[in-house]
Design a binder for this molecule. Structure first.
Ligand SMILES: [Zn+2]
Length: 373
């Protein structure tokens, strides 16, 4: 209970116009999800997330990172605060990742066994152990609308043999995640106040850069009959054609009546392309991370605000953008804020970039609605 997905229309290219119904609201798809790493989309207040982009409708759903919240402030503290929605005052839908990706990319001295992963915190070096069961307990305590199975992320590049071995572990962990989740999902902080709705658990297809392994992984996960499926382990340094190829080859093996989510992508033209191929959900730190570095996305391409040529430029970042930053501030002012290291620089740049991403997806949804691909 607490989850449904419907597709209104599928365009010729495979893109789908649909809708996810979650305990904290409805999400129009395809959707881009800004990343709120530590229960904060860096430099952007929740009130702005709610109103900027997509014609004033703002952000529909955000992602939070299980690994970060587990280490600080701790999932039990978040549970005592009523769950991550209430803790951060965000009443719209949320998704948490499983912690797997950060354990493998950020932590030190990992020891992997079939049981789980032992690792040291990147914050203070303290020792921790994550298993599929523990990842589920943490995600249930956080209480996002969608949780993800715990997976192993293989290093890149990796051989076929190594990738297949890792994938086997990921599948075993997916089953253990599901079994544990089903037993304990009613412990989510908002269970009783939301008519006994629960979180939904999505699977993650792995298989590296090998189409045959992607197929095998998708088929194995589909057998587990989860409500949605993510494609993981992409955008980790491989050429863009390979990312696109792996997405296309995986989509073929995923059910059409369930949402498909590509994790950790990408640039605005990439999210547009994947949405038109039939991907329903995407997330990426890029709009906020690039914003903090002065890189702005516009309808005319990328703009680096630190360039001297903008020092006396009275125009907005993007004349076609209706966001609060473009309506009010000049490139000259934004360049000055960046050059002076003013905290407002990160706020305004991130707000514009998020608006640009959300506007991009709003435009794609409009096209798909009309049946254009
Ligand atoms: Zn703007």
């Amino acid at each position: 209970m607490g989850f449904s997905f419907e597709v209104d229309r599928t365009a010729e290219g495979g893109g789908r116009r649909g809708r996810l119904r979650l305990p904290h609201g409805v999400v129009e798809t395809p959707v881009f999800m800004p990343v709120g790493t530590a229960a904060s989309v860096k430099a952007v207040p929740q009130s702005l997330l709610e109103e900027v982009g997509a014609g004033g409708k703002g952000t529909q759903i955000i992602l939070a990172n299980t690994y970060h919240l587990y280490l600080r402030p701790g999932h039990e503290l978040v549970r005592r605060m009523g769950g991550v929605h209430r803790f951060m005052s965000w009443e719209r839908p949320m998704l948490t990742d499983s912690g797997g990706f950060q354990v493998f990319s950020l932590s030190k001295l990992r020891k992997i066994s079939p049981e789980g992963v032992e690792f040291r915190s990147h914050l203070d070096g303290s020792k921790h152990f994550f298993s599929p069961e523990h990842s589920m307990d943490v995600q249930i305590a956080l209480g996002a609308d969608i949780a993800m199975v715990f997976d192993e992320c293989v290093e890149t590049p990796a051989t076929w043999e190594r990738t297949r071995e890792s994938m086997g572990l990921t599948h075993a962990w997916a089953q253990r995640s599901k079994d544990h989740f089903e037993l304990h999902k009613d412990r989510v902080p908002w269970f009783s106040e939301r008519q006994e709705q629960t979180q939904s658990l999505f699977g993650i297809v792995q298989g590296g850069m090998y189409a045959d392994l992607r197929k095998e992984s998708a088929e194995r996960l589909v057998e587990m009959d989860l409500p949605g499926y993510a494609i993981g382990g992409l955008a980790v340094g491989e050429p863009r054609e390979v990312t696109r190829e792996m997405i296309a080859r995986t989509l073929e093996h995923l059910p059409k009546d369930k949402p498909r989510y590509v994790m950790g992508v990408g640039y605005p033209d990439e999210i547009e392309e994947y949405a038109r191929m039939g991907v329903d959900m995407m997330d990426c730190v890029l709009p906020t991370r690039a914003g903090r570095h002065g890189l702005l996305f516009t309808s005319q391409g990328r703009l680096n605000i630190k360039k001297k040529e903008y020092a006396e430029d009275q125009g907005p970042i993007d004349a076609t953008c209706g966001c609060i930053v473009c309506r009010r501030y000049t490139r000259a002012y934004l360049r000055h804020l960046f050059a002076s290291g003013e905290p407002l620089s990160a706020v305004l740049n991130s707000v514009h970039n998020i608006a640009f991403y959300l506007d991009t997806m709003e435009r794609v949804r409009g096209d798909l609605e009309r049946g254009a691909s």
